[in-house]
Design a protein around this ligand. Structure first.
Ligand code: PRP
Length: 211
């Protein structure tokens, strides 16, 4: 069967994206999200979902093993892969910001910035004309200023609770983040009709949500 394969992060984004697809008129079975399966097929709609880690979604799409993907703008900005961005799904809103201990200046000599997003952090400080050492971590970034590993962090803020509960404050907002529908350029050409149809229906569903 000629499936459209869509890579998505597991968890909340998958659920929200499924709701959007349902709102766009796709008939999806109930309780799709409950399964532990990593590949979920919906033959009635000729759709196949691949459930991946958020950072890996653009990898599957760039390599063409997924035609489409749902990826956060944070991941897209960080990785700059050869994928097409088709629709801002306006789900999973958060933003990227710098943060640190309250009332602290950056170290004059060799300021250090901890982050899971080294490329975004590098560009941000480069544009400001500040030379910093980037320390790449894989999570719990907020620990870094608390234990003296870094002067600042560049990280995602959603509710702001993690910063607050760890006694950190936000310094600069960098960019707003939402999830995007992305496509492999070759798939887009070969399966153009179905992909454009899905993008159009999703765009309409997003507009209806926003109104
Ligand atoms: C993200 C982010 C912050 C937190 C922000 O971490 O890195 O730590 O969520 O959310 P809040 O503003 O609602 O508190 P995630 O839970 O993805 O885990 P991580 O520490 O492994 O990156």
């Amino acid at each position: 069967m000629d499936f459209l394969t869509i890579a998505m992060p597991k968890g909340r984004i998958f659920e929200e994206a499924l709701e959007l697809l349902a709102a766009a008129g796709y008939q999806l079975p109930e309780e799709m999200e409950d399964s532990r399966k990593l590949i979920v097929e919906v033959p009635e709609e000729k759709l196949r979902f691949i459930l991946a880690k958020p950072m890996d979604v653009p990898v599957y799409v760039e390599h063409g093993v997924a035609d489409l993907g749902v990826a956060g703008k944070d991941v897209l900005l960080e990785q700059q892969r050869s994928v097409m961005e088709l629709v801002d799904l306006k789900i999973s809103y958060c933003y990227m910001a710098t943060a640190g201990l309250p009332d602290t200046k950056m170290n004059d000599v060799a300021p250090r910035v901890a982050t899971k997003y080294p490329s975004i952090a590098t560009s941000f400080y480069k544009e400001k004309g500040e030379q910093v050492e980037i320390i790449e971590l894989n999570g719990s970034i907020e620990l870094a200023p608390m234990i003296g590993l870094a002067d600042r962090i560049v990280d995602i803020v959603s509710t702001g609770r993690t910063l607050k509960e760890n006694g950190l404050v936000e310094y600069e907002k960098i960019v707003d983040i939402t999830s995007r529908l992305i496509a492999n350029p070759v798939s887009y050409r070969i399966k153009q009709q179905r992909i454009r149809e899905m993008a159009k229906r999703l765009r309409e569903a997003v507009e209806a949500e926003v109104e």
